[in-house]
Design a protein around this ligand. Structure first.
Ligand code: FAD
Length: 510
């Protein structure tokens, strides 16, 4: 059959799925939302069942009444004015109002009012939809109060708190954390501290979050112009709910890192002061014993010289005057016995075992101990430690004695009357298998003839003072060679002396 012969479809056939008006009415009546329709003065013309349920007014008693019947008269005027201004502009309005039910109980209504316009674009009616959100508001307030409470507790705590997500973004912090941002001058101190306390935490948090948990680890932050800051930190994992829309159903919880940091700089400074004081006392004792040892050795050295001469003389006398020679021999034997007795009372070296030592730390200790002397002599110190140094097997106290002696030599060299240039450079560098410590002073330098004998025992150019036995550099060399290292004296570029100590990393003799 040709298409033109087809019968013209009726309107019902055209719109087979058109909504019958009674279904629309029933749907509105039975909707769970309180719905009302008013004239353009807010007089109620229609209210559904839910409206009666929410307000307590039956349909019969509400029709013809104004919506203002629901007002508790405590909603701020401004809200109504803004509502009506919006509606008069032909726009929908959404907001919250405090309503009163028929039984005089109050409820918070979340309301949406839409103007209904006639064919000429004039507002003829209003459609109002609202629901009781009193319980929701109550819960919201509880959550908000709880949040405020937690925030004020966390803010009042004298501990730094930072909560980070898996990307390292700080989601929550406290007052102390904000102070740390200013103090350290870094945007995210939590990252700096985590890097030190838990290296590789950024990878670990994704692959194995539990590896990021730790308790009471210490982190030290060296500030460019100021003292080091010490922190005791703990990090724990917390499960956080994914607040994205996507997370609503598949609701995977996310891992968060809660970092708690305690500033223990004051405590550490106290401990450091006590440690340096103890070190100072131990070094003083070590030096006292060394000086007794050296004085006795020097005395023995000087006693042995005339005794050797006497022994030769006695040998010559033997034939000419055997009686006197015998008497002298007996006297010599007795003297040797006393000398030997004296040798026995030379205090032995203290039993110090080899441990892993960081030379930067040893030198820092020595600088700290010598600070009063350096200040008194007006010496400007340029301390240039290698950023990282491996530990070497060594006797730390012996090394402190060594570097303290070298430092005191340098101070003394620059502290001469009228000598104005007083600069000391102390550096450590790592070279292949060894660590090189270089101490350069701006004193008068060491003449070549002195350099030749400087390491000999009892050699000193300062014979007059009585304090110089001439054993300082000899002892220094002894300590260095005990550690399998070498020590050398060089001329410093631009004048002054330079002492270079090389110590092998594996501790084997060079
Ligand atoms: P009113 O004297 O009624 O009005 C206060 C101010 O509102 C006036 O100063 C005036 O600027 C403005 N205003 C009032 N009526 C009109 C108007 N017809 N045209 C322009 N401006 C006007 N209020 C509630 O408190 N709770 C409700 O649940 C609620 N539901 C509503 C639902 C609909 C569909 C509509 C249209 C209004 C609804 N209202 C509701 C608003 C209500 O009509 C009153 O405006 C409000 O309750 C304040 O009443 P009132 O007696 O304190 O002051």
């Amino acid at each position: 059959m040709p298409a033109t012969d087809a019968p013209t479809p009726s309107r019902e056939q055209d719109e087979p799925n058109a909504l019958p008006p009674e279904v629309y009415r029933q749907a509105t009546d039975q909707a769970d939302l309180a719905i009302s329709i008013t004239d353009n003065r807010a007089n109620i013309l229609y209210a559904n069942e839910a409206f009666s349920r929410v307000t307590g007014y039956g349909t019969g008693e509400i029709l013809g009444r104004n919506e203002s019947l629901l007002s508790n008269q405590t909603t701020p005027r401004g809200i109504y004015e803004e509502m009506w201004a919006t509606l008069r502009a032909g726009k929908a309005w959404t907001g919250r109002l405090l309503n009163r039910k028929k039984d005089a109980s109050l409820y918070l209504a979340e309301l949406n009012i839409s103007p209904v316009q006639d064919g000429a674009g004039r507002t003829s009616h209003y459609l109002g939809m609202h629901r009781d959100i009193t319980e929701l508001h109550h819960l919201e307030c509880q959550v908000r109060n709880q949040k405020r409470l937690i925030e004020s507790v966390v803010d009042a705590a004298p501990v730094v708190f930072a909560l980070m997500d898996t990307q390292g973004v700080v989601r929550l912090d406290n007052h102390e954390y904000k102070k740390l941002v200013t103090d350290l001058g870094v945007p995210e101190p939590a990252h700096l501290i985590m890097d030190m306390a838990c290296p590789g935490w950024r990878q670990k948090i994704l692959a194995q979050p539990s590896a990021c948990q730790f308790v009471a680890r210490e982190a030290r932050v060296d500030q460019p112009r100021g003292n080091s800051r010490w922190f005791s930190c703990s990090c724990s994992l917390i499960r956080m709910h994914d607040d994205s829309a996507n997370g609503f159903f598949c609701g995977d919880s996310m891992t968060g890192l809660l970092l708690a940091v305690n500033d223990i700089s004051f405590l550490r400074a106290e401990q450091e002061r006590a440690r340096i004081a103890a070190l100072q006392a131990m070094l003083a004792e070590e030096e006292r014993i060394a000086s007794i040892r050296e004085s006795l050795s020097a005395a023995l050295f000087r006693l042995e010289e005339p005794m050797n001469v006497m022994t030769s003389a006695v040998n010559l006398m033997q034939r000419r005057d055997p009686t006197s020679a015998r008497v002298l021999n007996e006297a010599l034997a007795a003297s040797r016995e006393y000398v030997e007795g004296l040798r026995q009372v030379i205090p032995p070296h203290g039993p110090e075992t080899h441990v892993g030592v960081n030379l930067n730390e040893v030198l820092r200790d020595v600088l700290e101990i010598c600070t009063p002397r350096l200040l008194a002599a007006g010496v400007v110190v340029d301390w240039r430690p290698a950023p990282t140094l491996p530990h070497i097997p060594a006797r730390p106290m012996q090394l402190r004695v060594l570097f303290k002696a070298l430092l005191e030599n340098a101070i003394e060299a620059m502290n001469g009357k009228g000598w104005t240039r007083r600069e000391l450079t102390l550096s450590t560098t790592r070279a292949a298998d060894c660590i090189v410590v270089r101490m350069e002073d701006s004193g008068p330098g060491i003449p070549d003839d002195v350099k030749l004998h400087a390491f000999e025992p009892f050699f000193s150019t300062k014979t007059g003072s009585g304090r110089h036995l001439g054993t300082g550099l000899a002892r220094a060399q002894q300590i260095v060679s005990d550690h399998g290292g070498i020590i050398d004296l060089e001329d410093r570029n631009g004048g002054g002396a330079s002492v270079v100590v090389e110590l092998r990393i594996d501790g084997d003799p060079l």
